[in-house]
Every structure is written in structure tokens, then in C-alpha cells.
Write a protein that binds this ligand. Structure first.
Ligand code: ADP
Length: 545
């Protein structure tokens, strides 16, 4: 319909400006409005360095200028191989400021995997911590980088043959023009772990990032505010640290970066010194910390009034309850790299405010309520949408402006995206009448026994509520009679004992007789993926013969 016809038909055009969404705006705002907000980074020798947002603003722009001087062209990939610290935050903003795309490499992957990913992304530059140079040397021969810039994280002199990050910045003018851009232009990329097949690249835009940040900073989600202080334990290479750095910069919250020291003892010391009001990380970190807190309460304590965002893997209910006893509220989140990454966050909806403490904690153990600006549905095996009744279980599918619609240079795969444009998450869940999502499994981790599904997540949760159990991961093993049976792989707490019969009895109140495992494996540790999740593939390789 042309304009005249539209007017005749009574249609009206919006009178609002069309200004592209941009993370550069967040950077400029932070420099102008929150120059005094603090950024604390823990160095390899465990000492702390402090910067202000005014330094971050200046240095991010200098990084942008220096990259342009070094020949960065619009859309060029600049990889980072770094721990969580202030310079990594400068990369989050300085690289897009110059029109580049920050590509966070996962330092826990095998060197050959990092090389494969860097080549697939066609990374042109690398910014690497000096303490990670030994890792870089292990894939240097296969690496695609034209120039390697070394951040002197340990404050030692940068070895010859590399560009020193500090000199790179020092020589660059602060005043520079942001590269012209559209809101759909790429600013960052992240590869999924590729537990099945090769890792796949997700490329975020200015638009997806700004919308995700606005959404996630809402009170019912992270609820970050100007007076907050935040300690991201989640690595900055894991789905952009769940987007939290953008959120802190948007509101001017203090950021406390733990650097390479992620041992619970180190984290507790840093928390007690800097008093974050909000911390985030995968359950593994907090489970290990809980053990210290419970075994030596006279020695270790949590700072008061702290909230925790825990996600990236199932969060055991027993852990949520244990932290509640210590006065710390856990917010449980579910999401994935493809979702920028937040999809649901747990909180108590108004109609549930009268719930007892017990009911409240049960709710927090669910993955939470779908976040705004995104659609979420559960779909049965026949492709039909399932009701929100807490009973029907199906695959979770999502759609929205911060959800990936394809992967970087991978042909569109109907296994990952539906014909009507939804992302298939590969997670299996139910939604109850209040809209709370309960993840029961990943599609590839399902246990189908005697024609019925058994939730490995439910079984793990109950096992981890047993007083002697430190950790439990349940996998499916083939069974001639039942098709599959659940096999719990259990790690006991130091000094505690429990037999298979005792654990079976513990499960029997909740699980039906036919669901109870015949066999248990007792392990010293459960293998972890590069982002700290239970690595069930490794368990299957070991126990499924
Ligand atoms: P990957 O682990 O594949 O590298 P992600 O870090 O993006 O990549 O992980 C996303 C997956 O992690 C989800 O699809 C889901 O299976 C799992 N996950 C994330 N949060 C939760 C949660 N709260 N409960 C259960 N599973 C979760």
C-alpha cells in the first residue's frame, strides 16, 4: 500500500525517531554519568587493582582507536583469550567501538579446539593475557591471527615479538569517532561448547545486546541498580558472562573481577573484602563453596545481604536450601549461548507471595519464569504446542530479538530451528499454570525406561539432598528388559558413607519402584565440561558399554 492509500485507509505512521540501538551509547553514558564507579580486578599475584569508570571509558576508546590504527576493518574479528578483569571489559566495548567483533575464546578448551574455533571465526587479532601465553604457544602454529596483543596481567614485561596492550593503548588518542554502524551489525561472538558435533558460532548484534541488557536489568530479573556491586565468577568467555558486564555498565554498578583465582577460599576472601551485593556463576562453584562454609563455619562466612544468580546447569534444590539457611538468596536462571543467554529467572510472582518458606524454595529450584521480549513454548514429539499445566513435558522452543536465528557459517539445520522460526533448545521441560519452567533433561540426556521418561534432573536433585552426597549425575544405560535404566554416578562428601541400598531407599519415597536404579557408581569426582557443567558424555563413554 502506498502512503496516500494508507492515509485514505486511516492508517497512521509512528512519529518516533528511528535511532539505532548501540552498545556505544552504554559506554558513553557510563563515562559521563558514572565516572566514579569502581572496577576492581584481582591480579595473578592476588593483589587488587582499582579503576574508575572514567578510566574504563577512556581506555575502551583508546583500544578502539588503536585497533583502527592497526588496520582493523569493519566486521573484523578480534579474539580474546583472557580471564575476568578490567582489560577484558575494555574489549567488550572498545572492539565494537571500532566496528570490530569481539570473539571470546574459551581458555578451558583443548588447544586444538581453540585453534579450530579461531580459524572458523577467521579471527584477525588476538588479545591474550600474559599468563595464558603458554596456552597460546600450544596452538600458535595453527592460529590465524595477524597480530597478537598481550595484556600484562601479571605486570611482567611482555615478551619480544608481541604487542604490549598497555603501549598499544598509550599511543592511541582518546578522541575518536565511533565506527558508523547499524543496530543489526555484529559486535560479539561466542561458540557453543559442541558437546555433540563441532562448536557453532553465535553472533550478537548491537540491537540484540542492548535489548537483552534492558530486559535482564529489570527488577524481577537481575534487578541491577546504580548502587550495586557485582562479582561475576562466570567467565567472560561463557556467553558474554551472561550479559552481566553490559548490565553493570548500563547502570554504573561497581564490578569486582576475580581474575584467575576461582578456588572457593579465594572467592570468599574477595567477597568479604569487597562486599558484592550480587554474584553469579554455575552451580559447581557454589557447591564447592558450600562445602567450605558448612564444614568450617567458624572460619568461612558469606558477606551479608548478597544475592546469587546461579544457572547454566541444573541448580540442586538442596543447595538453594543450604544457602537460604546461610541467609543468601539464590536466583535460579536458565538460558543458553544462543539466547544471549537469559531465558528464565526464578522469583516469586505476586499470586504466590503468601507461599510458605518451603514452597518458596521449591519454586526457586525451578528454572523460573520466561523473561520479557521473548516467546517460549514447549512442544511435543508430534510438533504440537503443549499446555502449561505442570504435567506435559516437551522440548523448549524460543523466539525473540535476542535469540539466535542461525549459526555463523553453518547451513540452516532443521534440527536446531523450526520452519516457523523458533530455536529448538534441546532442553526438555514442563511449564506450570503460573508459568514456571521446570527443566527435566536435555534431549540427549533423557532416560526412557519401560516406555516412560525418568527425569535425570529430579533424580540428581533428590540424591544431592541426601546428607552424605556431595554430587550426583544420572545417565541412561541400555537395559535388555527396560530399554534404558538410570545410572546415578555419585560423589560422597568427605568422611561420609552411603551404600547403594541406602541411596535407593532415599529415592524410593519419591520415585516409583520401576524407576529406581539397580546400580550406582561411586566416583571421586564428576567430569566437568569447559564451562564447569557435569560432562555426561564422558560418563556415558565410561559406563555405557
Ligand atoms: P553449552 O553448555 O552447550 O556449551 P550453554 O552454556 O549455552 O552451552 O548451555 C546451555 C544449556 O545449559 C541449556 O541448553 C541447558 O541444557 C543447560 N542449562 C542452563 N541453565 C540451566 C538450568 N538452570 N537448569 C538446567 N539446565 C540448564
Amino acid at each position: 500500500m502506498n502512503v496516500q492509500n494508507k492515509e485514505r485507509a486511516g492508517m497512521i505512521r509512528s512519529t518516533m525517531q528511528r535511532v539505532p540501538l548501540s552498545v556505544n551509547h552504554l559506554l558513553e553514558r557510563a563515562g559521563r554519568l558514572y565516572p566514579q564507579s569502581e572496577i576492581v580486578s584481582r591480579l595473578p599475584d592476588k593483589s587488587l587493582v582499582r579503576h574508575r569508570f572514567t578510566d574504563f571509558h577512556r581506555r575502551s576508546r583508546q583500544l578502539g582507536s588503536a585497533l583502527l590504527d592497526a588496520g582493523l576493518k569493519k566486521g573484523d574479528r578480534v579474539a580474546t583469550l583472557c580471564w575476568n578483569h578490567h582489560a577484558h571489559l575494555e574489549c567488550y566495548f572498545g572492539i565494537p567501538a571500532a566496528g570490530g567483533v569481539m570473539h571470546t575464546l574459551n581458555l578451558r578448551l583443548a588447544p586444538e579446539e581453540i585453534a579450530w574455533i579461531a580459524n572458523h571465526a577467521r579471527d584477525r587479532f588476538l588479545i591474550v593475557d600474559d599468563i595464558l601465553l603458554p596456552l597460546y604457544e600450544r596452538f600458535r602454529a595453527e592460529a590465524p591471527f595477524e597480530r597478537v596483543i598481550v595484556f600484562p596481567f601479571s605486570r611482567a614485561a611482555v615478551p619480544a615479538g608481541f604487542t604490549d596492550y598497555e603501549s598499544f593503548l598509550a599511543g592511541a588518542p582518546e578522541a575518536f569517532e565511533f565506527a558508523p554502524h547499524d543496530e543489526d551489525d555484529a559486535i560479539a561472538m561466542c561458540y557453543t561448547s559442541g558437546t555433540t558435533g563441532r562448536p557453532k558460532g553465535v553472533v550478537y548484534s548491537h540491537r540484540s545486546t542492548v535489548i537483552h541488557t534492558l530486559m535482564a536489568n529489570q527488577p524481577d530479573n537481575w534487578g541491577l541498580a546504580a548502587g550495586d556491586s557485582v562479582m561475576p565468577v562466570t567467565p567472560m568467555f561463557h556467553a558474554n558472562c551472561w550479559g552481566v558486564p553490559y548490565g553493570c555498565v548500563m547502570v554504573g554498578a561497581k564490578i569486582i573481577f576475580p581474575g584467575p583465582h576461582l578456588h572457593p577460599e579465594d572467592l570468599l576472601a574477595l567477597m568479604n573484602a569487597e562486599r558484592p551485593r550480587f554474584v553469579l556463576g554455575v552451580p559447581t562453584i557454589w557447591m564447592a563453596m558450600l562445602q567450605l562454609l558448612e564444614s568450617q563455619p567458624e572460619r568461612y562466612r558469606l558477606p551479608p545481604g548478597m544475592r546469587m544468580l546461579v544457572g547454566g546447569a541444573p541448580v540442586p534444590e538442596a543447595m538453594i536450601r543450604a544457602y537460604a539457611r546461610l541467609g543468601t538468596e539464590i536466583r535460579h536462571g536458565w538460558g543458553m549461548t544462543e539466547m544471549s543467554p537469559v531465558g528464565t529467572i526464578s522469583y516469586l510472582k505476586p499470586e504466590l507471595q503468601g507461599a510458605s518458606d518451603d514452597e518458596r524454595l521449591k519454586r526457586y529450584a525451578m528454572a523460573g519464569v520466561p523473561v520479557p521480549i521473548m516467546d517460549l513454548r514447549i512442544v511435543g514429539e508430534d510438533g504440537t504446542e503443549l499446555p502449561w499445566d505442570g504435567k506435559h513435558v516437551g522440548e523448549v522452543q524460543v523466539r525473540g530479538p535476542f535469540i539466535a536465528g542461525s549459526y555463523h557459517e553453518v547451513p540452516q539445520d532443521p534440527e536446531k530451528f523450526t520452519a516457523d522460526g523458533w530455536l529448538r533448545t534441546g532442553d526438555v521441560a514442563s511449564l506450570d499454570t503460573h508459568g514456571y519452567l521446570k527443566i527435566t533433561d536435555r534431549v540427549k540426556d533423557l532416560v526412557k525406561s519401560g516406555g516412560e521418561w525418568i527425569s535425570s534432573v529430579d533424580m540428581e536433585n533428590l540424591l544431592m539432598a541426601h546428607a552424605a552426597v556431595q554430587e550426583a549425575a544420572v545417565i541412561a544405560i541400555p537395559d535388555p528388559k527396560w530399554g534404558e535404566r538410570p545410572l546415578p554416578c555419585v560423589v560422597l562428601k568427605p568422611g561420609k558413607t552411603a551404600t547403594a541400598d541406602e541411596l535407593r531407599a532415599h529415592l524410593s519415597g519419591i520415585f516409583a519402584k520401576w524407576q529406581l536404579p539397580g546400580r550406582f557408581e561411586f566416583l571421586d569426582a564428576i567430569p566437568r565440561t569447559s564451562t564447569g557443567k557435569f560432562w555426561k558424555v564422558r560418563l556415558r563413554e565410561r559406563f555405557v558399554k
